[in-house]
Design a protein around this ligand. Structure first.
Ligand code: ADP
Ligand code: ZN
Length: 728
């Protein structure tokens, strides 16, 4: 296998003209259909591998841009189709909708549609009218033997390809038969795509699919737009306050709260709903119907937050998830990375926060004990815990876990933003350790802190803990400070949490030595990060948020988007992504041409959406003057420029072809259109001229049967144009 990663893109591209030509074509299609100016790293290399009819394995994180890689080969080919094997119906639906929104003919064959509908789609396959066909593995396997060998299939794309491997975390039996593809269509290239990175799975994918000397592309797993933060041992109210402030800061968008248990998900959703937020629940204990409904409301933007177990998210393609909270620590870094990866798929900033408490460890340990692969899972859990307790840049830890080196701190995680400062904490440590010893290791962290701070809790008094010598010895520190310092003592190995004894704290041999020998200990200074976001000041900010003009425009544009989405009955991010809205706010286009140049807006979306968005921007800027006349002609010009033919323009705009010809005649008359080759043939032009000379009064009647209505008018406009320019 050849392996290519982000770091070593081949340098010889300029020297191969054929490749240059392909790049130019692919880049033009990228701009036309997707509205993007450049390919992301590896995308073009992956596409050209498929065009060269070679197999490939593509590893990219969620949001890395895999879809374009398998969609483009079909667009490049004349009349070719890519068959996309995808395990998730919800995902298929979303992808097809996104393609159609960009003007690319696509369809899915699945069990949600009627058999008649499916049959009809499969028949269209042969005509090459569909560019992308999505199908489940099971369905493909029943169909493939019936298919003709001459179908114009240019590529088979296997999405979520890790499902083929027993070593992957999501094995699906339906996938194992997919080697059949190579038997039936030995000449058609296969592209296997996944966001799961480990080497064994990767090799297994190639073997199982019987790929021939595949090129392996490994994209960077870095997602720099996602901020990372861990909060250790937060209280219940603090958790809710943090989630609440995330919702407030992203009122028009939504987020996910992942919980370890169904009950946790339900409780959190209820508490958020009590605070007036639109919260939903999703877990495997609900009926399929309830789950689908919750998922749909989330995708449509009805819900501000969904509280879910790990069951939620596979196949969620929503690009404007702006934040993800883990209410509990996940069981391994793979799951964690996949779950936070659902935020910010559009590349715009997104926030993630993980709440980590020692109680989670007990629950997760019991999962490990029940699992089939205890040793492996225990190790994975340990790595997760180390991440949660780290005092190094968190992104470096994550990427090194995926065997990717990063030689600098990220600047977008809590550790980078608040690098720990250390101080001599010997006295605090002595007090805490001695209290643990005097309590005989019979107290958890909260009880220990209350003892140190001399609190008069009923159960504390009942158990006689107020009589020990260190009772009240730590009144000088707040609960939060003690909480942070004791947590660090656990991380340093001075104390151990007995997960099997109600999380009681025990002194370790190392702690005993420190205590006996009165050794000095340094701890990281406690900085109350939440002071800013909790308390009265924050509440006041929430009530009357002071929005900047840019933020106000953003809110306005989101409302415009929501209105469009409702009218079309599609999720808002299929209209325009958040990232694209941000570009609109930055550039503030005030006419169609400027709107068309925005990153993420292809021609189809330009024609469909420029009016409402540009109108809103102009209003925001205080531009009174109405949008000028002749706009419809401008749209036609734009579509012509991007390669649409006349019937396609008429269809895209919902007007008659004759009207399009009228536009063209006007454009020629105004010297705005000077290349006529794609509009009229030389023969047609000469014929119009001939009739115009010999029988001018019946020109339109005579030509009505010979050429499209409206074309003679265009020919006359051209003739005027030529006269005008000859005399100059
Ligand atoms: P994946 O399938 O790998 O999870 P997607 O294909 O959904 O990722 O792409 C994630 C986001 O990145 C989408 O919003 C997509 O439109 C965008 N994207 C893809 N390619 C490019 C590109 N070349 N330039 C800018 N944005 C891109
Ligand atoms: Zn960092």
């Amino acid at each position: 296998m050849r392996t290519l990663s982000d770091n070593d893109v081949p340098v010889n591209q300029e020297t191969i003209p054929a490749d240059n030509e392909l790049r130019a074509r692919a880049t033009a299609l990228l701009a036309r259909f997707y509205g993007y100016g450049t390919f992301r790293p590896l995308q073009f290399e992956i596409i050209s591998t498929a065009v060269a009819r070679r197999d490939s394995v593509v590893l990219m994180p969620t949001g890395g841009g895999k879809s374009v890689c398998y969609q483009m080969p079909a667009l490049i080919s004349e009349g070719g189709v890519t068959v996309v094997v995808s395990p998730l119906i919800a995902l298929m639906k979303d992808q097809v909708a996104a393609l159609v929104a960009n003007g690319i003919p696509a369809a899915a064959v699945n069990s949600l549609q009627s058999e008649e509908e499916n049959r009809h789609i499969l028949e269209q396959l042969a005509t090459g009218r569909i560019k992308l066909l999505y199908i489940s593995p099971e369905r493909l396997l029943t169909e493939i033997d019936r298919w003709s060998r001459d179908l114009p299939i240019v590529l088979f794309a296997i999405d979520e390809a890790h499902c083929i491997s027993q070593w992957g975390h999501d094995f699906r039996p339906g996938y194992t038969q997919l080697s059949r593809i190579k038997e039936v269509y030995p000449e058609v290239p296969v592209m296997a795509l996944t966001a799961t990175a480990d080497r064994i799975t990767r090799e297994d994918i190639a073997t199982q699919l019987r790929l021939r000397d595949p090129s392996v592309f490994i994209g960077s797993f870095d997602r720099p737009n996602i901020s990372l933060r861990v909060i250790v041992n937060p209280g219940k109210t603090q958790r809710l306050a943090i989630i609440g402030s995330l919702i407030e800061r992203h009122r028009m968008d939504s987020g996910i709260v992942y919980c370890i248990s169904r009950k946790g998900a339900e409780d959190t959703a209820r508490q958020l709903a009590e605070r007036g937020y639109r919260a939903g629940v999703y877990h495997a204990g609900l009926s399929t119907e309830e789950r689908n409904r919750a998922q749909e409301r989330f995708i449509n933007g009805d819900l501000q937050v969904i509280c879910a177990t790990v069951a939620f998210g596979m196949g969620i393609d929503k690009s404007n998830i702006r934040w993800v909270v883990h209410n509990n620590m996940p069981r391994n870094i793979e799951s964690y990375y996949q779950e936070i990866g659902r935020a910010g798929r559009d590349g715009a900033p997104a926030e993630t926060i993980m709440f980590y408490s020692y109680g989670d460890i007990a629950t997760l340990r019991s999962f490990v004990d029940e699992s089939g692969q205890q040793a492996l899972n225990a190790e994975k859990l340990a790595r997760m815990q180390q991440y949660a307790e780290a005092s190094l840049c968190r992104r470096r830890i994550l990427l090194s876990y995926f065997n990717e080196t990063m030689d600098h701190d990220c600047g977008n995680c809590d550790i980078c933003l608040h690098p720990p400062q250390r101080f001599d904490a010997t006295i605090h440590v002595q007090k805490a350790l001695s209290a643990v010893v005097r309590l005989n290791g019979q107290a958890g962290i909260t009880m220990l802190i209350d003892v140190l701070r001399g609190m008069a809790r009923q159960d504390l008094i009942q158990r006689g803990f107020h009589q020990i010598k260190t009772y009240g010895a730590g009144r000088d520190l707040s609960f939060a400070e003690w909480n942070a310092y004791i947590t660090q003592m656990i991380q340093l190995g001075l104390l151990d949490v007995a997960y099997n004894e109600s999380n009681h704290l025990k002194i370790t041999p190392y702690g005993t030595r420190i205590l006996m020998e009165r050794q000095s200990v340094e701890l990281a200074v406690f900085t109350p990060q939440e002071r800013r976001t909790s308390g009265r000041r924050r509440a006041a900010e929430v009530e009357a948020p002071k929005l900047s003009p840019a933020e106000i425009l953003m809110e306005t544009l989101k409302e415009v988007r929501l209105k469009q989405a409702r009218a079309e009955q599609v999720p808002p991010y299929l209209v325009l992504t958040d990232k694209t809205l941000m570009e609109l706010v930055r550039v503030q286009p005030t006419d169609m041409e400027a709107f068309a140049r925005i990153e993420g807006i292809g021609e189809r979306k330009t024609v469909k959406y420029w009016r409402p968005f540009v109108t809103a921007i102009r209003k925001h800027l205080g531009i009174r003057e109405k949008l000028g006349t002749g706009l419809s002609e401008s749209e036609t010009l734009l579509l012509l420029g991007s390669g649409y033919d006349i019937p396609a323009i008429a269809e895209a705009k919902g007007i008659k072809t004759q009207t399009v010809y009228n536009h063209i005649a006007t454009l020629i008359g105004a010297d705005r259109l000077t290349d006529f080759s794609s509009i009229i043939t030389r023969e047609q032009y000469l014929r119009v001229m001939e009739v115009a000379r010999e029988n001018p009064s019946e020109l339109y009647i005579i030509l009505a049967n010979e050429m499209p209505l409206g074309l003679p008018k265009v020919a006359l406009a051209i003739s005027d144009y030529l006269l005008r320019h000859k005399s100059k």
